[in-house]
Design a protein around this ligand. Structure first.
Ligand code: SF4
Ligand code: SF4
Length: 336
């Protein structure tokens, strides 16, 4: 049976998660922007916004983390891997589009190597998705086959009631267990009316099958359309950092002469050093080639290799881009 989660019970729910050693991540106003962050009280949560500026991926895949320690001595180097001991992470307020992104991250982090830093965190994460009652011109989930009614990737799917509370539906066993564990915060839902969902209009000029077909042919590599459409990109990488499916990272050793840490840091395919070889040769020496790579990753490589979506239509990259390079314009052009 569906449950009712009242706003007045959020403190109870957060307390119940935190008292069990977990962390409660929710959209919260910070420096005039709504971002996902750990909260301790309901009053810190933003309930009235379109989409948090950042993706919640950073709670499963941190921007930087130590994965090993090394010491240098006269007989060689000792490298000691760090263990991941994640606590339960509850993500409240994910949107249905970004909940879908976890399957893309899981696919890449378990592809040729099991990255336990990611998988162990994801295994202890509970995603409470809130269906969208408003959106903006950057939202295009319906164009990539999703909608505010999509439940894939959610453990619990929430719809806002006319009175501002939430109807909660468990989608997975993890979601059912979560509601049972924190039962004091939930009530049985009676006939409660929910708000109308915001459905972004499908962009008529975009055809994902045609894009995939065009990208599957190598001739597109030399298509002048790439340089024309992406000339204004300044390679800042903001689009990749906010994207819920982008996952590139680099490994660096940081320390002193006799020891230090090995770190895993976010990287971006939009940086000019991303594919720079030690020889000085760079196979993606121009920005448009780096942009082409990003687009290929989302609309050719992910769907082909992992059968997952590389783009969930959240529109974050459009909102943060300092030069207003809109991925849907490239999608339209590539659909022709
Ligand atoms: S490419 Fe842009 S619209 Fe697509 S998932 Fe990433 S941030 Fe969202
Ligand atoms: S945010 Fe815009 S300018 Fe920055 S790398 Fe992405 S497309 Fe280029």
């Amino acid at each position: 049976m569906d449950k009712l989660l009242r706003k007045v019970n959020f403190d109870k729910l957060i307390g119940s998660v935190v008292n069990r050693g977990g962390r409660f991540i929710a959209p919260s106003l910070d420096a005039r922007q709504v971002v996902f962050k750990a909260v301790k009280k309901a009053e810190e949560i933003s309930f009235d916004h379109i989409l948090a500026r950042n993706s919640y991926k950073e709670y499963l895949f941190p921007q930087t983390e130590v994965i090993a320690d090394f010491t240098v001595h006269k007989d060689g180097i000792d490298l000691q891997g760090r263990d991941v001991e994640p606590s339960t992470t509850v993500i409240f307020g994910a949107r249905p589009c970004e909940a879908e992104s976890l399957s893309a991250l899981r696919a890449v982090f378990t592809w040729d190597f099991i990255d336990e830093f990611y998988t162990q965190r994801e295994d202890k994460t509970v995603v409470l998705t809130v269906a969208c009652t408003k959106g903006d011109e950057a939202c295009f989930c319906t164009t990539v086959g999703l909608s505010p009614e999509s439940t894939s990737g959610s453990d619990v799917y929430l719809k806002e009631t006319e009175g501002g509370d939430y109807i909660a539906k468990a989608i997975t066993d993890r979601g059912r267990a979560f509601i049972e564990e924190h039962a004091a915060a939930f009530e049985d839902a009676k006939d409660t009316k929910t708000k109308k969902l915001f459905m972004p209009e499908k962009i008529a000029g975009i055809d994902l099958a045609r894009i995939a077909e065009r990208l599957s042919k190598k001739e597109h590599y030399d298509d002048p359309v790439w340089a024309r459409l992406t000339r204004k990109c300044i390679g800042c990488g903001a689009c990749t950092f906010v994207c819920p499916t982008c996952h590139c990272f680099d490994i660096t050793d940081e320390g002193m002469a006799f020891g230090g840490e090995r770190r895993k840091n976010w990287d971006s395919c939009q940086y000019d050093t991303f594919t720079l070889h030690a020889s000085g040769h760079n196979p993606r020496e121009f920005q448009y080639k780096r942009w082409r790579n990003r687009f290929m990753c989302k609309f050719n490589i992910y769907p082909d290799k992992f059968s997952s979506k590389g783009c969930v239509g959240c529109g974050r990259c459009i909102r943060v881009c300092p030069v207003r390079l809109d991925i849907t314009e490239v999608m339209e052009e590539m659909s022709k």
